[in-house]
Design a protein around this ligand. Structure first.
Ligand code: BES
Ligand code: ZN
Length: 893
């Protein structure tokens, strides 16, 4: 019995005990934006459901005086109990309140007053800074997910302890005060006003939010009358209208899709200048980085616009998936994030069909595949034993693999059945919590398919298979093994929904592969395709000249495919004859790239395959080509430095066709994807050192310096120009760098600042890279943005970046040490290296510096480094690579 235990009993536990559960919170907060402190009081209605002399809840970084804690039992004629003792267990972030008698069962009210600091760590209750009329000011903001509500008020800070919340704020009278619900009362008392908000429906603590500061807003109503507002800095409201419009329409899309309306009376979305994540789905008060909410007609790029739409759609998806139905524990985080990611594509597709966003989904898909090809990956359903482990699982596994598995399952079950099941899941678990299994059960009931058995193989073990396909005699044989980028053998096995088509998209076959290997009769497949083509009256075997088989049609399955030479050649011809869809062209290239990295395919073969993409014009496919180009350049420069100029020349030639089609200037009536593609192409050519592109870039940049609105350098092509500028910079002539800094300082648009930051460290001169890195740590760069700067370091700068990271490690851990951004420092500096010596050096440095919050990211980075190193060795040993490269570099397309 709990009443016999001591405080010791509650230490070192992953979860809070359940003998008392919160029902309602009445919270009063008084932030002081000048001294950056806050005072607070909370009254929690608690239901005591088992015998206990203790109340155990979360609290961290708060000062709580024993005399301020009181428990009033409502069950036992309002008996007041003063605690015998209170203990704060810092490592476990819990507050243990001990009484000298067993608490009466039933509802009681726990009252606690406390004080805290508005910190600068972008979590809990924190301060963000902005300027108003030239004056520096603070605003107060909350960010609670995953486990930081406890830094603002003592609470049962786990997603399954849902309760209602009634918030009251004391703030300076001239400021805007927002929380999850609408204001019910404002009382003015001199310079202070007391703002009371309506009580919320039941929800988890991580979704509670407060913002206090000076803001303007724009407002609109959704079709069913929900008031939607976008709040931003005074004077910037015109930048809020795009997101507002997206939000209003998206609410309607979800209402129809989930068959449940948005459940709160209002929805506010607000841009916060200092923000660790991209955005946060707080119920009714969604907070965003400025770059993810604000869109400026003249200075935002098409990619910025798309980002805003995707993030808004993602956060609004959480209002159902996450807020209304919440994961039971962080192990099921993917239910929140994987679903929000997947659903956001559905909404964006319905709002902007011309963006072909489902093709772009493959960017997410492939990032999921890449991370999950590491031995240091983790299962989607991951054990969480301590709060410090949670930050790290907001990763490509939970988001991108999660979303990809949902897409795979939806394809398998059919869109209509899937939607119906989701709607019934949402209805059934509204205002409550769910586990992964709960979702499978609903889907299984609605579809009659063995969903749980199928999906367990994907969510309970890490990794995914590669299917090896070979034609042997008259059979098509295939075998699944776990795919690992290192080339090692894994022992996983999956139930794989296999799809394939032969010779035409109407000749399709699908089945579940639930054994290690399987074979199909080739004759049967051929007749399938012949039958089809005869039926349609166009013998595509004759037309394309060759027979082809594409597995994983449309790339909806979370696996890779390795074809034998005959099949691979057939597919290459099919690409050249333009017989395959964008998604399949993407899949073939991405699988080949992954196989090459893991030593299963030569670089020569990969380069030859790439020639089939010379007339590619699809944005997503070409972006992949470009990503692969930059990875190959990185390793080839180490492996075969004598060939690197020829390799680059080949890549420049490969991009010529599309680059010439798009040029620098937008054509009348061109689309969103053209603008995004132009940006990618020019950036890639500038980075490959293409002279003509660089010269043009510099010319246009000169004009831009004198006229920031010049049509010669619209937002989409600026990054290419900035990169070209940084290539002209060296230690003796830093004028280009200084010009960029001037643009950085003069703009007040975060997207523009981000664009510049991502280019500053790309200089070939390491001394300048060092200047840039130091600039990132200066007060001129918000701590949320430093990772953008680091992402711009390229091969020439990577050694300096590593030295810089070591020298500044203490400072960096102090500033970023308590959030997930720290991991990004490690991964972006460590992963690009390609040698065993470097790995050793890195390991030595981190031996004494690892903390739980970066340990997984660190191990993944080291693994990536090792994979690069191995790849370098295998390229070095590749015979005939020189001849192939020679030939390709001089081939005119
Ligand atoms: N719930 C997350 C925000 C979050 C991330 C909180 C990490 C705590 C830790 C939010 O819904 C989210 O996923 N935001 C994404 C943007 C989205 C479009 C993928 C982000 O912050 O990048
Ligand atoms: Zn999310």
């Amino acid at each position: 019995m709990a009443s016999e235990q001591s405080v010791e009993h509650f230490k070192g536990k992953a979860r809070l005990p359940v003998f008392a559960v919160p029902k309602r919170y009445d919270i009063h907060l008084k932030p002081d934006l000048v001294s950056c402190r806050f005072a607070g009081a909370v009254r929690v209605s608690v239901d005591v459901v088992a015998d206990t002399r203790f109340l155990v809840l979360n609290a961290a970084d708060l000062s709580v005086k024993e005399s301020s804690v009181l428990f009033k039992s409502m069950a036992s004629s309002s008996k007041e109990l003063h605690p015998l003792d209170i203990t704060v267990v810092e490592v476990d972030e819990i507050l243990v309140v001990q009484f000298d008698e067993v608490l009466p069962h039933g509802v009681g009210i726990l009252e606690i007053s406390f004080e805290g600091i508005l910190n600068d760590q972008m979590k809990g209750f924190y301060r963000s800074t902005y300027e108003h009329n030239g004056e520096k000011k603070n605003m107060a903001v909350t960010q609670f997910e995953p486990t930081d509500a406890r830094r603002c008020f003592p609470c049962w800070d786990e997603p399954a302890f849902k309760a209602t919340f009634k918030m009251t704020l004391d703030v300076p009278s001239e400021l805007v005060a927002l929380s999850n619900m609408p204001v019910v009362e404002e009382k003015l008392d001199g310079f202070v006003k007391t703002v009371t908000f309506q009580e919320s429906p039941i929800m988890s603590t991580y979704l509670v939010a407060v913002v206090v500061g000076l803001f303007d807003y724009v407002e609109a109503f959704s079709p069913d009358g929900t008031k939607v507002r976008v709040y931003c800095q005074v004077g910037k409201t015109s930048q809020g209208t795009f997101a507002l419009d997206v939000a209003v329409k998206t609410l309607d899309v979800y209402k129809k899709y989930f068959a449940v309306p948005y459940s709160l009376p209002k929805l506010d979305m607000i841009a916060i200048p200092d923000f660790a994540a991209g955005a946060m789905e707080n119920y009714g008060l969604v907070t965003y980085r400025e770059t993810a909410l604000l869109y400026d007609e003249h200075h935002s790029a098409a990619a910025n616009k798309q980002r805003v739409a995707v993030v808004v759609a993602h956060e609004l998806a959480h209002q159902w998936f996450g807020n209304l139905v919440t994961m039971e524990w962080w192990t099921h985080l993917w239910l929140n994030e994987g679903f929000a990611t997947w659903v956001s594509y559905l909404a964006v597709d319905s709002l902007f069909p011309e963006w072909k966003i489902w093709t772009q989904f493959l960017d997410d898909f492939t990032l999921g595949l890449r991370l999950d090809a590491l031995a240091e990956s983790h299962p989607i359903e991951v054990d969480v034993n301590h709060a410090s482990e949670i930050d790290e699982i907001f990763d490509a596994i939970s988001y991108r693999k999660g979303a990809s598995l949902i897409r795979m399952l939806q394809t398998y079950l059919g869109a209509a059945c899937f939607q119906k099941s989701l709607a019934s899941y949402i209805k059934r678990f509204s205002c409550s919590n769910a586990k992964t299994e709960d979702l499978w059960n609903v889907l299984e009931e609605e579809s009659g398919e063995p969903v749980k058995m199928l999906m367990d193989s994907w969510t309970k073990q890490k990794g995914y298979p590669v299917i090896d396909v070979n034609v042997k005699e008259n059979n098509l044989e295939f075998e699944q093994t776990q795919f690992l980028s290192s080339g090692s053998l894994g022992d996983g096995q999956w139930i794989v929904p296999v799809t394939l088509c032969c010779g035409s998209y109407s000749a399709k076959k699908k089945f579940l592969l639930n054994t290690k290997s399987e074979k199909l009769d080739m004759g049967e497949l051929k007749s399938l395709s012949n039958g089809e083509s005869n039926l349609l009256g166009r013998g595509n075997q004759q037309q394309g000249g060759r027979f082809w088989i594409k597995f994983n049609v449309d790339q909806t399955g979370f696996y890779r495919v390795k074809y034998d030479e005959v099949l691979a050649t057939g597919l290459r011809h099919a690409i050249e004859a333009n017989q395959l869809s964008e998604t399949d062209r993407f899949g073939i290239l991405d699988d080949s790239y992954a196989l090459c990295m893991s030593g299963k395919l030569t670089l020569s073969s990969l380069l030859s395959l790439m020639t089939a993409y010379r007339e590619e014009l699809d944005y997503t496919v070409l972006s992949l080509v470009i990503t692969i180009i930059s990875k190959i350049v990185n390793v080839a420069a180490d492996a075969v430095p004598e060939m690197i100029d020829d390799i680059k020349q080949f890549f420049i030639n490969l991009l010529q066709y599309s680059a010439e089609k798009l040029g620098w200037d937008a054509r009348e009536g061109e689309g969103h994807l053209d603008m995004m593609l132009r940006a990618e192409l020019l950036t890639a050519l500038a980075q490959l050192g293409h002279d003509i592109t660089k010269e043009e870039a510099l010319k246009r940049f000169e004009v831009f310096l004198n006229d920031r609105s010049t049509l010669l350098l619209p937002p989409d092509t600026r990054k290419a120009a900035y990169l070209a500028v940084m290539q002209t910079v060296n230690n003796t002539d830093k004028s280009g760098y200084e010009s960029l800094l001037r643009v950085y300082r003069e703009t007040d648009l975060s997207q523009e600042k981000g664009r510049i930051l991502s280019c500053l460290a790309s200089c070939p001169d390491p001394i300048v890279v060092r200047d840039a890195l130091n600039f990132f740590l200066s007060p001129e760069v918000r701590s949320q943005d430093v990772i953008f700067g680091l992402s711009g370091v390229n091969r020439e700068g990577r050694d300096v970046a590593w030295i810089w990271l070591k020298e500044n490690w203490d400072h960096i851990t102090k500033t970023w040490g308590s959030g997930f951004l720290l991991g990004r420092f490690v991964s972006s500096v460590v992963s690009p290296f390609c040698s065993a010596e470097k790995a050793k050096e890195v390991e030595e440095f981190f031996a004494s510096r690892l903390t739980p919050s970066i340990s997984r990211t660190y191990k993944q980075s080291i693994e990536r480094l090792g994979i690069n190193a191995k790849w370098v060795e295998s390229i070095k040993g590749e015979r005939h690579l020189g001849e192939v490269v020679q030939e390709l570099a001089h081939r005119k397309f």
